[in-house]
Design a protein around this ligand. Structure first.
Ligand SMILES: [Zn+2]
Length: 294
């Protein structure tokens, strides 16, 4: 076969086409961090789509809210899988609306891997395990307050950069623990406990708006910060609250002093991360690299 005959030219064309095809096909790509998804995992969903106008997403019945990252080439959603989610295949639905008025479906199958959480036994005051009629009224009123607080969230991300630990005290590896209180009540621990001595200053873990700052029955003196797009952080059992509802805070601002109010076995700080009703592992949120993202 001589050079210039049709066959090598066809081969060259096919080679170039094969090389070019993956780039054309991957004009928009989806990546999740962390890459291995487990129950309780917060996830940053990155979509490389410079030519996107808007992106719609849904995962496990929750709506993903994408916003353009600082580089204007990537779109980001901060999402996650609830601690109680079962290990199974899931569908991450993504529809990209492009500037040329076409739509691309980037729906992916995502495997939820099992998380291995421990079990624990605790003893608290009996009024927290078998509340009386008066206490049940307080608990019901608290539920209404919380439902109202969690019903709304800022329409844009209020956080900026990485989340930082609320106290300098050592954390415990207690997220997701299946707990039995006084041999009766079983519940899942949906936050992270820090061994904060009474009176330790508790800081805002990122910027946002204080949407709740008041005493509640189980949570004790509680502060909830809305970080926007359905993401909030909750700090509980304060001895003193130093912020008010409606106040804007930035990373590191003092929220109050840790204590032992509410359902506790002793002084500590309980810190929880909530996204659209899902409770996520705070330790993993602290490890997410969000610098330069927003
Ligand atoms: Zn706790």
């Amino acid at each position: 076969m001589t050079a210039g005959s049709p066959l090598p030219r066809l081969a060259i064309f096919l080679f170039i086409a094969a090389c070019a095809y993956p780039f054309a096909a991957s004009a928009q790509t989806v990546t999740l961090a962390p890459a291995i998804v487990v129950a309780g995992s917060p996830e940053i969903v990155h979509i490389s789509a410079p030519e996107a106008k808007s992106i719609e997403g849904e995962w496990l019945g929750r709506k993903l809210e994408f916003f353009p990252a600082r580089d204007h080439r990537t779109w980001i959603a901060l999402a996650g899988v609830d601690v109680e989610a079962s290990a199974a295949a899931s569908s991450l639905q993504i529809h990209i609306h492009l500037t040329n008025n076409t739509t691309r479906d980037l729906t992916q199958a995502i495997e939820i891997h099992p998380a291995h959480y421990r079990t624990g036994v605790l003893t608290v005051s009996p009024k927290f395990v078998e509340p009386g009629p008066d206490e049940l009224k307080v608990i019901a009123a608290d539920s209404e307050i919380k439902a109202k607080v969690f019903a709304t969230s800022a329409a844009e991300p209020l956080w900026s950069g990485n989340f930082r630990a609320p106290v300098h005290s050592p954390p415990t590896d207690s997220f997701g623990t299946r707990r039995t209180f006084n041999g009766k009540l079983a519940s899942i621990h949906k936050g992270m406990d820090f061994r904060a001595p009474m009176g330790t200053v508790v800081h805002a873990t990122n910027s946002g708006t204080v949407v709740l700052a008041r005493p509640l029955y189980y949570e004790g003196n509680c502060v909830v910060i809305d970080h926007g797009l359905g993401l909030s952080t909750l700090s509980m059992h304060f001895s003193r609250i130093d912020v008010h509802e409606g106040q804007h805070v930035t990373t590191g601002d003092a929220l109050g002093l840790s204590g032992a109010t509410g359902r506790v076995t002793g002084p500590h700080l309980h810190w929880a991360v909530r996204w659209q009703g899902a409770y996520l592992d705070p330790a993993k949120l602290l490890r997410l690299n969000l610098d330069g993202v927003h």
